[in-house]
Design a protein. Structure first.
Length: 473
């Protein structure tokens, strides 16, 4: 939240621990003249083609950055847990992934090359040689989200460094400290400050930054409403990638191995208190095994421990803001009032934490069935007809990752083909991801392709050169 300093009159961003509201930092917000200067520096750097870093230099910087990150993984993990509320064990995994992501960007630079274009396929091209080269697209503005405050920043900044694009990064207001620390390491690794600039500003200033005509590429991770709105305001010529959320469906067939299925869904549905864009949300279970599934799933979820995210024993930490706890509580209560059964949970644990919750057969038009919950709640629906479960899975305007659990390979592949999703996991939860996978939402869930190497491709243009050869030698 923003406040004004009584001493300086400057706007401040107050950073609080989501678990208990403790203030852990106050940062100055930059104003438009400062942001305008950031854009000017980035634009000037891009236009100076003689100053573009050669590939070996970008590789060297990213490798040094990976080493610096590796040496400070523990500090980053604790910071992620404190300002983002992610349980420390998961925060440690995020820090390790961030190192791997930077290394992937460094390794990917070698594949940023063009190709020869055959020209004599028709008489029109005879006597010519053509080839393409990769060039950076230009200044990048990246707006990030709170739920993976280091790894998402890596996915937006490291590809820009690899591609040779100046980047201005605006972190989420709730988790700026991880980004600040990361950008400091980027500069320590040897990248010039004007090539990676941190922008902590209010919403009107951020919108002015994003929509400025000097921006060549806009990268956004956050809510669908904000992302599509900002895309509609982009200057002509600005490319973009949007990563929003979903309401991930899972289909459990009657032959699923519940010993494997139950722990997987408990992880995929309650990781980071469900604050993940591909978190397991809608679970369709064949009625023949529904009771057996529910008994075991409730038992597994009941083992999850809520509490302080810096405690090694905590499985479920806080939601990012108290108002998000209020929202989840309201949605669950509405579903219960409409006839859904609460199998476990259904209550808040203090001001900042919501208990891991399972809802049985909420109405198909309830908020928990149609909107992204972004909280520690999963919904169970019984089905007899597999096609009906597929139709229900595909019924929403969001579509991201999905899953099916079955021992029957033919059935698995049929369901995978039928599900409207950018990725379908077979016998694994919907929140599975590696950093080299293409990662993209369909429908309103996103635009463009994420993933370290895929983002690098998005940040580069192909330039073709055509040479007319002499014919008289």
């Amino acid at each position: 939240m923003g406040t004004e300093s009584p001493k300086t009159g400057k706007q401040k961003l107050v950073v609080q621990q989501p678990f208990d509201g403790e203030v852990i930092a106050e940062l100055d917000l930059v104003n438009w003249p400062q942001v305008d200067e950031m854009l000017s520096r980035a634009t000037k750097a891009f236009k100076d083609r003689k100053g573009w870093q050669p590939a070996h230099r970008r590789i060297e910087i990213l490798r040094r950055l990976a080493d610096l990150l590796r040496n400070q993984k523990d500090e980053f993990a604790l910071l992620i847990a404190r300002e983002g509320g992610k349980p420390i064990r998961d925060a440690e995994v995020e820090a390790e992934r961030a190192v791997n992501g930077v290394e992937l960007a460094a390794e990917g630079i070698a594949r940023l090359h063009g190709q020869e274009i055959p020209m004599d396929i028709t008489p029109a091209g005879e006597g010519r040689i053509a080839y393409t080269r990769k060039e950076p697209i230009g200044p990048v503005v990246a707006v990030s989200a709170f739920n993976h405050p280091l790894n998402l920043i890596v996915h937006q900044v490291a590809p820009a460094i690899a591609a040779g694009c100046p980047v201005i990064i605006k972190p989420a207001d709730t988790t700026p400290l991880t980004c600040l620390k990361f950008v400091e390491l980027v500069h320590e690794a040897g990248l010039e400050e004007h090539m990676c600039q941190l922008c902590i500003c209010d919403i009107p200033t951020a919108e002015q930054l994003v929509t400025d005509p000097r921006v060549a590429f806009f990268s956004f991770i956050g809510s669908s409403k904000v992302g599509w709105y900002l895309r509609s305001r982009l200057a002509p010529g600005t490319r973009c990638a949007l990563e929003h959320g979903g309401a991930a469906p899972v289909i459990i067939c009657n032959d699923a191995d519940l010993r494997q299925t139950i722990p997987s869904l408990a992880k995929g549905g309650y990781y980071h208190a469900g604050q993940v864009c591909v978190s397991v949300q809608r679970i369709f279970v064949e009625n023949r095994i529904k009771d057996a599934f529910l008994g075991r799933f409730v038992g597994e979820v009941s083992k999850l421990t809520t509490g302080d995210p810096t405690d090694k024993n905590t499985d479920i930490g806080p939601l990012i803001l108290p108002r998000e706890v209020d929202r989840v509580e309201t949605w669950v209560d509405e579903a219960a009032d409409a006839g859904s059964t609460i199998a476990i949970g259904g209550e808040r644990v203090g001001k900042h934490v919501y208990a891991p919750t399972i809802l049985i057969d909420p109405p198909v038009d309830a908020k928990v069935s149609t909107l992204e919950i972004f909280g520690p709640v999963t919904c169970i629906y019984g089905f007899d007809d597999l096609q009906m479960a597929i139709n229900q899975s595909n019924s929403l305007p969001v579509a991201f990752q999905a899953a099916v659990f079955t021992k029957d390979l033919d059935r698995a592949l049929i369901v995978a083909d039928a599900l409207d999703a950018s990725a379908v996991m077979i016998n694994d939860h919907t929140a599975f991801r590696t950093d080299w996978m293409p990662f993209t939402g369909r429908k309103t869930s996103g635009y463009g392709i994420g993933g370290i190497h895929h983002t690098m491709d998005e940040l580069m243009h192909d330039k073709m050169t055509v040479i007319k050869t002499r014919q008289d030698i």
